[in-house]
Design a binder for this molecule. Structure first.
Ligand SMILES: [Zn+2]
Length: 357
């Protein structure tokens, strides 16, 4: 089985730079990043599974950060071990240390808030390689490990790709891969992207104790050089940077739309839900979205499924017609989707609800 492999920098942005980049250097960096990102997509999840079968099960977080030593092919991964759980001293290498700290924050977020033990909920070893390639402008979850470039300082700031929202976004692709496993195209692909943005921003807010009101709701904050505040905004999709083409309403959606554009629709629905509930996003809205991702969504789920399921899960967790359930309805309504109880339409998703205790 090949798992969805996401790059934090979607190809769309790189295509835009190739088309409209101001300098030859900028265009060359974007072309190179596209080529290498493509080669990283070839790793297979089955290798991870075999590796995990050999590894003893553990209940604590386990991180290993490697230095890829600027190698550019997957066969040289993971590289030289630089820092792990038993060697927690700062190395003095900013990318190694940031990656170690932020990978730990993502593990702690899922463990403390959702009682989830690593990506597979079974203590999976979190392996990351930094310093991949030369001036590589991307961060990638390959299906078995994280890979980070340094950033070229032409498109992305050097060292910015190990920042928390980037790490959390990519590792959540691993979580989605081991749960709903949403296929990486069409509306299911947009939901896959959406889940990574949702858990990334919640992890960021949780780490900084930010509320719905105080957060800027930006993924990839300050990592782009030049104009723009970040890669994506859940609060105002389509406004994060000058080439941001995310949409935030079904009236602007069309079949075949790129998934990093259409993911703005469920992203906005999540933001509005959080704004309606208020306070910390992860406490209620996060719980609803987590149960939905873990237990209810399937490979080919679409936006209407996500709306109906979150609405139903909110009712199960907080009560029928509760403020929380109404907030979910308002969230989806704001993007042009009418969330209904699943019993109101004839579907059989063969699902079981395991409500969080
Ligand atoms: Zn992604």
């Amino acid at each position: 089985m090949i798992q969805a492999h996401c790059n934090i920098v979607p190809p769309d942005i790189l295509y835009e730079i190739i088309k409209q980049g101001k300098t030859a250097e900028e265009k060359e960096k974007a072309i190179r990043t596209l080529e290498i990102s493509e080669s990283l997509r070839t790793q297979r999840t089955v290798l991870t599974r075999i590796h995990d079968l050999r590894a003893p099960k553990v209940l604590e977080k386990r991180r290993i950060i490697y230095d890829a030593n600027h190698a550019e092919d997957i066969f040289s991964l993971p590289g030289t071990p630089r820092r792990s759980e038993t060697d927690s001293q700062d190395t003095g290498d900013g990318d190694v240390d940031n990656c170690f700290i932020n990978t730990g924050r993502v593990y702690d977020f899922f463990k403390k808030v959702f009682k989830r033990n690593s990506i597979d909920d079974d203590g999976m070893l979190l392996q990351s390689s930094v310093h991949f390639g030369t001036d590589f402008d991307n961060a990638v979850w390959t299906g078995s490990q994280m890979v980070y470039g340094d950033g070229s300082n032409v498109i992305f700031r050097k060292g910015s790709l190990t920042s928390l929202t980037v790490t959390a976004h990519e590792l959540t692709h691993g979580v989605t891969g081991s749960e709903a496993n949403l296929v990486y195209r069409g509306q299911p692909g947009a939901l896959n992207e959406h889940m990574s943005d949702v858990f990334a921003i919640m992890c960021d807010q949780w780490a900084s104790k930010e509320t719905t009101e105080s957060s800027d709701w930006l993924i990839g904050r300050n990592i782009l050089l030049g104009s723009g505040n970040g890669l994506r905004s859940l609060k105002d999709p389509g406004t994060a940077h000058p080439s941001d083409k995310q949409v935030s309403h079904m009236k602007d959606y069309h079949t075949g739309m790129r998934i990093h554009y259409s993911s703005g629709i469920p992203n906005k629905a999540f933001y509005v839900t959080c704004a309606e509930i208020g306070g910390f996003s992860w406490e209620k809205a996060g719980k609803i979205w987590y149960v939905t991702l873990r237990d209810r969504l399937r490979e080919y789920s679409k936006f209407q499924d996500a709306a109906d399921i979150t609405f139903e899960v909110a009712g199960a967790l907080y009560g029928k017609d509760s403020d929380e359930q109404m907030a979910v309805h308002t969230g989806w309504e704001s993007v042009g989707i009418d969330a209904k109880l699943l019993s109101a339409r004839a579907v059989n998703l063969d699902t079981k609800t395991r409500i969080l205790d």
